[in-house]
Design a protein around this ligand. Structure first.
Ligand code: ATP
Length: 487
């Protein structure tokens, strides 16, 4: 038996496999090999347990064919491999070596899992039971489960969550719950440390843009199994957070903002929910044939290389609040005696290269990540933490041009249309106006799939929204949040 002296081997031994004594080796680069099999620990091994004098290694393997996992063409199946070391000492040694190797991978050990049983097709509880729970158990990850019971419940939960007890928060939901979690973390007094908590998302809503963006970035399908495997493997990446502010009211966005055509399609098509997913295509065609344009103005700070867009302008800062340091050292903001958490990126609004474009506009779309939903690659060049939002702007477009453009949203080629201006921005000001065919009607501002503001005469305009249909400031904090990612 070799305990690692030989090159590349952490442990090389003879063990019983199916009653026959065979050589087994664990290499320093994480290969677990025996005479008729091999597992790559990093990619395939989830965890192991001791059963009497045997060790059961639980893995996920690609069978290459056969049953599909939730639509995935790759047939991933859970498999276990059992072996019996020849003495108790060797059993302990194998456990130690395997555990040390798994520990060196920095995987999470305790996860707080939020399930929204009412999101999307109401499939989140089933996704949790079929994929999330069994795979987390295989990986020996301790689960604390909380189902959401009402809107904004997830935000409330993370407000008071004892974060040091967990290595990450997992949302089994659509994008809505992830956005609530980010907002909840950033509203905490200890937001600076809270927002470093790794966040995972397992697609189980109607809008699964973040899960799709993460998995598609390495060519994987957006399936619950691929998403939970990425979380178990524990790789992390940073994510830009955009702060939308109107005076002292803030909203923290991780996906997108839409105003004009895309917002109208997204929000007003709710009237046709009974049509299922066809409602979006149906309503898009309807909107294109009676196209609206909105007056207003946008100002932005372009990323290097995009300075030619728009006309030079200036932007006046609107900081009305004062950041104080509290006794516990956390930065809290005192506005009218009330304490807030994060207040947006530290930004000197005045001394930047602001540019301006005046309306009317057909559509303004700002994207933080490439995919807005599983079928919408809105911003093909968007990066998780480049510190910029991708602006997709349409001012003028023929109806046929728009139809062609919309049909390319699933592959991102719409940005090549001559009617589309596609640039990256660091900061953005939206001054939304009225419809240019009817000064009594205004528009809708859609942020991360929720209505941030509704103007006069819009669909459900009597419903209260977080912000008014007025000037809105947006700036980006590079890599503020952390995500579990598959790369
Ligand atoms: N128990 C509940 N009842 C009703 N709404 C809820 C409940 N729990 C959460 N919600 C709300 O459901 C919304 C959608 O959440 P989720 O992220 O799962 O899906 P989505 O794809 O973003 O949206 P949807 O599927 O509703 O179009 C969130 O805004 C959240 O506040």
């Amino acid at each position: 038996m070799d305990q690692g002296g030989a090159a590349e081997s952490l442990l090389s031994d003879r063990v019983k496999i199916n009653g026959v004594v065979k050589p087994l080796i664990l290499t320093a680069d994480g290969q677990f090999r025996w005479s008729d099999g091999c597992l790559a620990v990093e990619k395939q091994v989830l965890g192991f347990s001791v059963e009497g004098s045997k060790i059961k290694v639980r893995a996920i393997v690609d069978t290459g064919a056969g049953i599909c996992c939730a639509g995935s063409e790759v047939a991933l199946v859970r498999k276990s491999f059992t072996f019996q070391p020849l003495s108790d000492d060797l059993l302990s040694l194998w456990c130690e070596k395997l555990q040390n190797y798994l520990d060196s991978l920095g995987r999470p050990k305790r996860l707080f899992v939020i399930v929204n049983p009412y999101g999307g097709t109401k499939s989140a509880s089933k996704v949790f039971l079929d994929f999330v729970k069994p795979l987390l158990e295989d990986a020996n990850i301790e689960i604390t489960l909380q189902e959401t019971r009402y809107q904004l419940h997830a935000k409330e939960i993370v407000h008071s969550l004892e974060l040091p007890k967990y290595d990450g928060i997992v949302c089994v939901s659509g994008d809505g719950i992830l956005v609530e979690v980010v907002n909840g973390l950033l509203e905490r007094g200890d937001w600076k440390t809270a927002i470093k908590m790794p966040l995972g998302v397992v697609p189980a809503g109607t809008g699964n843009g973040m899960a799709k963006s993460l998995l598609d970035s390495i060519g994987e399908l957006c399936t619950p199994i691929n998403a939970i495997l990425a979380i178990i493997r524990g790789h992390k990446c940073s994510l830009d957070v955009a702060t939308m502010s109107q005076g002292d009211t803030k909203f923290f966005s991780v996906l997108m903002l839409a105003w004009g055509l895309v917002a109208d399609i997204d929000i007003e098509s709710e009237k046709y929910r009974w049509m299922g997913s066809a409602r979006l295509d149906f309503y898009a065609i309807k909107r294109i044939f009676s196209l609206r344009k909105y007056n207003g103005c946008i100002k932005f700070v372009p990323a290097p290389g995009y300075e030619a867009c728009g006309e030079p302008t200036s932007a006046e800062g609107e900081s009305t609040s004062e950041v104080i340091s509290s006794e516990d050292g956390s930065d809290k903001l005192l506005v009218n005696g009330r304490q807030y958490g994060y207040q947006g990126a530290d930004f000197d609004m005045k001394n930047l290269n602001w540019r301006k474009v005046d309306g009317p506009f057909v559509s303004i779309w700002l994207h933080n990540v490439p995919w807005g939903g599983e079928d919408t690659m809105a911003a093909p060049d968007a990066k998780f933490s480049d510190g910029y939002l991708d602006l997709i702007m349409i001012k003028d477009c023929t109806k046929l041009g728009l139809l062609a453009l919309m049909s390319e949203l699933n592959n991102g080629c719409h940005v090549k249309s001559p009617y589309v201006q596609y640039i990256k921005v660091k900061a953005f000001i939206l001054e939304p106006g009225t419809r240019n065919d009817n000064p009594l009607k205004e528009g809708i501002i859609d942020v991360d799939g929720e209505v941030l503001a509704r103007g006069k005469g819009t669909y459900k305009c009597d419903e209260k929204t977080l912000m008014a249909y007025e000037k809105l400031h947006i700036n980006v904090d590079q890599g503020l949040a952390t995500l579990f990612c598959p790369f």
